[in-house]
Design a protein around this ligand. Structure first.
Ligand code: GDP
Ligand code: MG
Length: 163
């Protein structure tokens, strides 16, 4: 069966934007039941003839700040349980947060393959920020911009190399 790649990360880092970029327009996100939000969204994706299942573990994010960390930890657990590869997305503009550190620790302990991607690197001029992400202990961050579609080919190359 196809490898499963799960995107995890704080709300607002760009998980859904990246998911839609990779999944393309083939995906229609719909609600099964009015008022009930899905917490995971799936797509079949392909890069260089390698097929995989992509999961946005963020689904539809909660608005309330106080449950964000709890929610992130649950999403990371889902990813650890179901994914072959975890794509850990951080905000390259914002820098490292304590929630990023907590999730990074969970992911490191899981021994799963984790790829760190620094999103919102829209101009690739401020690469200086990217070095602080080495402290997460996940290895080399891949710089991307999901809105500008920069670095996505490099990221997909890294993903399929890990299958
Ligand atoms: P999620 O909560 O992690 O799913 O994040 P979203 O995909 O909903 O994105 C949150 C906000 O960040 C939206 O306003 C996006 O347009 C914006 N965003 C996502 N990717 C990028 C990016 O690469 N650059 C910039 N500047 N904004 C981005
Ligand atoms: Mg989202």
């Amino acid at each position: 069966s196809r490898p499963i790649v799960a995107i995890v990360g704080r709300p607002n880092v760009g998980k859904s934007t990246l998911f839609n970029r990779i999944a393309g327009k083939r995906i229609a996100i719909t609600e099964d039941t009015p008022g009930v939000t899905r917490d995971r969204i799936y797509a079949e994706a392909e890069w260089l003839n390698k097929y995989f299942t992509l999961i946005d573990t963020g689904g539809i994010e909660p608005a309330s700040e106080d449950i964000i960390l709890k929610q992130m930890k649950r999403q990371a657990e889902v990813a650890i349980d179901t994914a072959d590869i975890i794509l850990f997305l951080v905000d390259g503009k914002n820098g490292v947060t304590s929630a990023d550190r907590d999730v990074a620790e969970m992911l490191r302990k899981s021994k799963k393959k984790v790829i760190l991607a620094c999103n919102k690197m829209d101009k690739f001029v401020d690469e200086g920020n990217i070095f602080e992400f080495y402290e997460l202990g996940i290895g080399d961050p891949v710089s991307i911009s999901s809105t500008e579609a920069l670095g996505l080919g490099d990221l997909l190359d890294v993903i399929i190399e890990n299958f």
